[in-house]
Design a protein around this ligand. Structure first.
Ligand code: ZN
Length: 264
Protein backbone atom coordinates (compact mmCIF):
# COMPACT_ATOMS: atom_id res chain seq x y z
CA UNK A 1 0.00 0.00 0.00
CA UNK A 2 2.79 2.39 0.97
CA UNK A 3 4.62 1.53 -2.25
CA UNK A 4 1.43 2.16 -4.26
CA UNK A 5 1.11 5.65 -2.78
CA UNK A 6 4.77 6.31 -3.54
CA UNK A 7 4.30 5.10 -7.13
CA UNK A 8 1.30 7.44 -7.58
CA UNK A 9 3.24 10.46 -6.25
CA UNK A 10 6.14 9.52 -8.52
CA UNK A 11 3.67 9.34 -11.42
CA UNK A 12 2.21 12.77 -10.64
CA UNK A 13 5.70 14.30 -10.67
CA UNK A 14 6.50 12.68 -14.02
CA UNK A 15 3.10 13.71 -15.36
CA UNK A 16 3.95 17.30 -14.45
CA UNK A 17 7.28 17.00 -16.30
CA UNK A 18 5.49 15.44 -19.28
CA UNK A 19 3.23 18.52 -19.48
CA UNK A 20 6.35 20.65 -19.95
CA UNK A 21 7.59 18.31 -22.70
CA UNK A 22 4.19 18.38 -24.45
CA UNK A 23 4.07 22.18 -24.38
CA UNK A 24 7.64 22.71 -25.61
CA UNK A 25 8.99 19.79 -27.67
CA UNK A 26 6.75 20.22 -30.75
CA UNK A 27 8.01 23.84 -30.91
CA UNK A 28 11.65 22.66 -30.51
CA UNK A 29 11.95 24.68 -27.26
CA UNK A 30 14.20 23.63 -24.37
CA UNK A 31 12.47 21.61 -21.67
CA UNK A 32 14.93 22.83 -19.02
CA UNK A 33 15.06 26.60 -19.47
CA UNK A 34 13.24 28.79 -18.71
CA UNK A 35 11.43 27.38 -15.66
CA UNK A 36 7.67 26.86 -15.65
CA UNK A 37 5.77 29.84 -17.00
CA UNK A 38 2.17 30.68 -17.72
CA UNK A 39 1.77 30.16 -21.51
CA UNK A 40 -0.61 33.13 -21.60
CA UNK A 41 1.05 35.94 -19.60
CA UNK A 42 4.58 34.52 -19.17
CA UNK A 43 4.56 34.92 -15.38
CA UNK A 44 6.95 32.52 -13.65
CA UNK A 45 5.06 29.85 -11.72
CA UNK A 46 6.03 29.60 -8.05
CA UNK A 47 7.02 26.19 -6.71
CA UNK A 48 4.03 26.26 -4.35
CA UNK A 49 1.75 26.77 -7.36
CA UNK A 50 3.43 23.95 -9.30
CA UNK A 51 2.29 20.96 -7.24
CA UNK A 52 0.62 18.40 -9.54
CA UNK A 53 -3.20 18.28 -9.34
CA UNK A 54 -3.27 20.07 -5.95
CA UNK A 55 -2.29 23.50 -7.29
CA UNK A 56 -4.73 23.20 -10.17
CA UNK A 57 -7.53 22.51 -7.69
CA UNK A 58 -6.49 25.28 -5.28
CA UNK A 59 -6.19 27.84 -8.10
CA UNK A 60 -9.48 26.49 -9.50
CA UNK A 61 -7.82 25.91 -12.87
CA UNK A 62 -6.66 29.48 -13.40
CA UNK A 63 -3.28 31.26 -13.60
CA UNK A 64 -2.60 33.19 -10.36
CA UNK A 65 -1.33 36.23 -12.26
CA UNK A 66 -3.64 36.64 -15.27
CA UNK A 67 -6.52 34.24 -14.43
CA UNK A 68 -6.05 32.48 -17.75
CA UNK A 69 -7.97 29.21 -17.72
CA UNK A 70 -5.38 26.41 -17.56
CA UNK A 71 -6.40 23.68 -20.04
CA UNK A 72 -7.75 20.51 -18.42
CA UNK A 73 -5.00 18.70 -20.34
CA UNK A 74 -2.56 19.61 -17.53
CA UNK A 75 -4.30 17.82 -14.64
CA UNK A 76 -5.44 15.06 -17.02
CA UNK A 77 -1.85 14.24 -18.04
CA UNK A 78 -0.72 14.26 -14.39
CA UNK A 79 -3.55 11.95 -13.33
CA UNK A 80 -3.11 9.77 -16.44
CA UNK A 81 0.61 9.15 -15.85
CA UNK A 82 -0.01 8.47 -12.15
CA UNK A 83 -2.69 5.90 -13.08
CA UNK A 84 -0.46 4.24 -15.72
CA UNK A 85 2.52 4.04 -13.31
CA UNK A 86 0.25 2.46 -10.69
CA UNK A 87 -1.04 -0.03 -13.28
CA UNK A 88 2.56 -0.92 -14.24
CA UNK A 89 3.42 -1.54 -10.58
CA UNK A 90 0.29 -3.60 -9.89
CA UNK A 91 0.65 -5.73 -13.03
CA UNK A 92 4.43 -6.15 -13.28
CA UNK A 93 5.77 -5.23 -9.80
CA UNK A 94 9.03 -3.47 -8.98
CA UNK A 95 10.90 -5.28 -11.75
CA UNK A 96 12.75 -4.39 -14.94
CA UNK A 97 9.49 -5.08 -16.78
CA UNK A 98 7.46 -2.88 -14.38
CA UNK A 99 9.78 0.14 -14.42
CA UNK A 100 10.56 -0.24 -18.13
CA UNK A 101 6.89 -0.38 -19.02
CA UNK A 102 6.34 2.79 -16.98
CA UNK A 103 8.96 4.55 -19.13
CA UNK A 104 7.22 3.31 -22.30
CA UNK A 105 3.83 4.51 -21.01
CA UNK A 106 5.34 7.95 -20.32
CA UNK A 107 6.62 8.16 -23.92
CA UNK A 108 3.39 6.82 -25.49
CA UNK A 109 1.08 9.07 -23.46
CA UNK A 110 3.20 12.12 -24.29
CA UNK A 111 3.34 11.28 -28.02
CA UNK A 112 -0.43 10.65 -28.09
CA UNK A 113 -1.17 14.12 -26.68
CA UNK A 114 1.48 15.87 -28.83
CA UNK A 115 0.18 14.29 -32.06
CA UNK A 116 -3.42 15.13 -31.15
CA UNK A 117 -2.56 18.75 -30.28
CA UNK A 118 0.02 19.58 -32.95
CA UNK A 119 -0.05 16.73 -35.53
CA UNK A 120 3.59 16.14 -34.69
CA UNK A 121 5.40 13.05 -33.42
CA UNK A 122 8.65 14.62 -32.16
CA UNK A 123 11.98 12.84 -32.73
CA UNK A 124 12.93 14.01 -29.24
CA UNK A 125 10.66 11.24 -27.92
CA UNK A 126 10.70 8.55 -30.63
CA UNK A 127 14.46 8.30 -31.28
CA UNK A 128 15.55 8.04 -27.61
CA UNK A 129 12.47 5.82 -27.22
CA UNK A 130 13.85 3.33 -29.77
CA UNK A 131 17.27 3.30 -28.02
CA UNK A 132 15.62 2.84 -24.61
CA UNK A 133 13.50 0.00 -25.99
CA UNK A 134 16.59 -1.86 -27.23
CA UNK A 135 18.32 -1.29 -23.85
CA UNK A 136 15.18 -2.49 -22.05
CA UNK A 137 15.09 -5.69 -24.12
CA UNK A 138 18.75 -6.32 -23.21
CA UNK A 139 18.01 -5.84 -19.51
CA UNK A 140 15.06 -8.22 -19.40
CA UNK A 141 15.72 -11.47 -17.52
CA UNK A 142 17.72 -13.96 -19.62
CA UNK A 143 19.52 -17.18 -18.73
CA UNK A 144 22.89 -16.20 -20.17
CA UNK A 145 24.82 -13.12 -21.23
CA UNK A 146 24.33 -14.27 -24.80
CA UNK A 147 20.58 -14.31 -24.11
CA UNK A 148 20.66 -10.63 -23.03
CA UNK A 149 22.59 -9.64 -26.17
CA UNK A 150 20.28 -11.70 -28.36
CA UNK A 151 17.18 -9.97 -26.86
CA UNK A 152 18.65 -6.53 -27.59
CA UNK A 153 19.58 -7.48 -31.17
CA UNK A 154 16.11 -8.93 -31.78
CA UNK A 155 14.55 -5.71 -30.45
CA UNK A 156 16.62 -3.62 -32.90
CA UNK A 157 15.64 -5.92 -35.78
CA UNK A 158 11.92 -5.67 -34.93
CA UNK A 159 12.23 -1.88 -34.77
CA UNK A 160 13.83 -1.78 -38.22
CA UNK A 161 11.18 -4.09 -39.70
CA UNK A 162 8.35 -2.01 -38.20
CA UNK A 163 9.81 1.20 -39.65
CA UNK A 164 10.22 -0.44 -43.07
CA UNK A 165 6.61 -1.70 -43.03
CA UNK A 166 5.24 1.79 -42.36
CA UNK A 167 7.58 3.35 -44.94
CA UNK A 168 6.42 0.70 -47.41
CA UNK A 169 2.75 1.49 -46.77
CA UNK A 170 3.57 5.19 -47.07
CA UNK A 171 5.35 4.63 -50.38
CA UNK A 172 2.51 2.46 -51.79
CA UNK A 173 -0.05 5.07 -50.72
CA UNK A 174 1.98 7.77 -52.44
CA UNK A 175 2.18 5.74 -55.67
CA UNK A 176 -1.59 5.25 -55.73
CA UNK A 177 -2.86 8.58 -54.40
CA UNK A 178 0.09 10.88 -55.24
CA UNK A 179 0.05 12.43 -51.77
CA UNK A 180 1.36 11.61 -48.33
CA UNK A 181 -0.70 9.46 -45.98
CA UNK A 182 1.18 8.43 -42.88
CA UNK A 183 4.05 10.59 -41.75
CA UNK A 184 7.67 9.62 -41.22
CA UNK A 185 6.98 10.26 -37.53
CA UNK A 186 4.54 7.35 -37.54
CA UNK A 187 7.31 5.04 -38.87
CA UNK A 188 9.60 6.03 -36.00
CA UNK A 189 6.73 5.69 -33.55
CA UNK A 190 5.93 2.13 -34.65
CA UNK A 191 9.65 1.30 -34.61
CA UNK A 192 9.75 2.46 -30.99
CA UNK A 193 6.71 0.33 -30.13
CA UNK A 194 8.29 -2.71 -31.84
CA UNK A 195 11.61 -2.23 -30.01
CA UNK A 196 9.78 -2.37 -26.67
CA UNK A 197 6.97 -4.82 -27.31
CA UNK A 198 8.19 -7.22 -30.03
CA UNK A 199 6.28 -8.40 -33.11
CA UNK A 200 3.04 -9.79 -31.62
CA UNK A 201 1.92 -6.72 -29.70
CA UNK A 202 3.18 -4.43 -32.50
CA UNK A 203 0.95 -6.14 -35.08
CA UNK A 204 -1.95 -5.90 -32.59
CA UNK A 205 -1.16 -2.20 -32.10
CA UNK A 206 -1.13 -1.51 -35.84
CA UNK A 207 -4.45 -3.36 -36.38
CA UNK A 208 -6.25 -1.86 -33.36
CA UNK A 209 -4.88 1.62 -34.07
CA UNK A 210 -5.94 1.52 -37.73
CA UNK A 211 -9.45 0.26 -36.90
CA UNK A 212 -9.88 2.85 -34.15
CA UNK A 213 -8.66 5.67 -36.43
CA UNK A 214 -10.99 4.55 -39.24
CA UNK A 215 -14.00 4.34 -36.92
CA UNK A 216 -13.18 7.75 -35.45
CA UNK A 217 -12.90 9.13 -38.99
CA UNK A 218 -16.30 7.75 -40.02
CA UNK A 219 -17.99 9.14 -36.91
CA UNK A 220 -16.22 12.46 -37.46
CA UNK A 221 -17.47 12.70 -41.06
CA UNK A 222 -20.99 11.73 -39.97
CA UNK A 223 -21.13 14.33 -37.20
CA UNK A 224 -19.27 17.27 -38.71
CA UNK A 225 -20.30 16.66 -42.33
CA UNK A 226 -16.80 17.69 -43.38
CA UNK A 227 -15.23 16.08 -46.42
CA UNK A 228 -12.69 13.28 -46.32
CA UNK A 229 -9.97 15.64 -47.53
CA UNK A 230 -9.95 17.86 -44.45
CA UNK A 231 -10.18 14.81 -42.20
CA UNK A 232 -7.05 13.08 -43.53
CA UNK A 233 -5.04 16.19 -42.72
CA UNK A 234 -6.39 16.31 -39.20
CA UNK A 235 -6.50 12.70 -38.09
CA UNK A 236 -3.64 12.11 -35.62
CA UNK A 237 -2.84 8.49 -36.55
CA UNK A 238 0.03 8.44 -34.05
CA UNK A 239 -2.36 9.11 -31.18
CA UNK A 240 -4.39 6.04 -32.11
CA UNK A 241 -1.21 3.93 -32.36
CA UNK A 242 -0.14 5.11 -28.89
CA UNK A 243 -3.55 4.37 -27.35
CA UNK A 244 -3.60 0.93 -29.00
CA UNK A 245 -0.07 0.19 -27.73
CA UNK A 246 -1.03 1.14 -24.16
CA UNK A 247 -4.05 -1.17 -24.43
CA UNK A 248 -1.76 -3.90 -25.81
CA UNK A 249 0.71 -3.54 -22.91
CA UNK A 250 -1.90 -4.31 -20.27
CA UNK A 251 -4.49 -6.39 -22.11
CA UNK A 252 -2.91 -7.48 -25.39
CA UNK A 253 -1.51 -10.94 -24.56
CA UNK A 254 -4.98 -12.57 -24.04
CA UNK A 255 -6.13 -11.07 -27.36
CA UNK A 256 -3.11 -12.54 -29.17
CA UNK A 257 -3.61 -15.97 -27.52
CA UNK A 258 -7.31 -15.89 -28.48
CA UNK A 259 -6.42 -15.07 -32.07
CA UNK A 260 -3.69 -17.70 -32.38
CA UNK A 261 -6.13 -20.40 -31.19
CA UNK A 262 -7.75 -20.26 -34.63
CA UNK A 263 -4.53 -21.41 -36.27
CA UNK A 264 -2.88 -23.84 -33.85
ZN1 ZN B 1 -0.94 33.86 -16.64
Amino acid sequence: MLISIFVVLFGLAFGSFLNVCIARLPRHASIIRPGSRCPQCGAAIRIADNVPLVSWLILRGRCRACHWRIPWRYPAVEAGIAALFLLCYLQFGLTVRGSGTAVLCFLLFGLAVMDAETMRVPNAFTLPGIALGIAYAGLLPAATLRGHVWNAVASAVWAAIAALVILGIRWAYFLVRHKEGMGRGDAKLLAMIAAWLGPGLTILTLCLGSVAAAMFGLVWIAISGSAKKTLAARLPFGSFLCAAAIYGIFAGQPVIRWYLKFFF
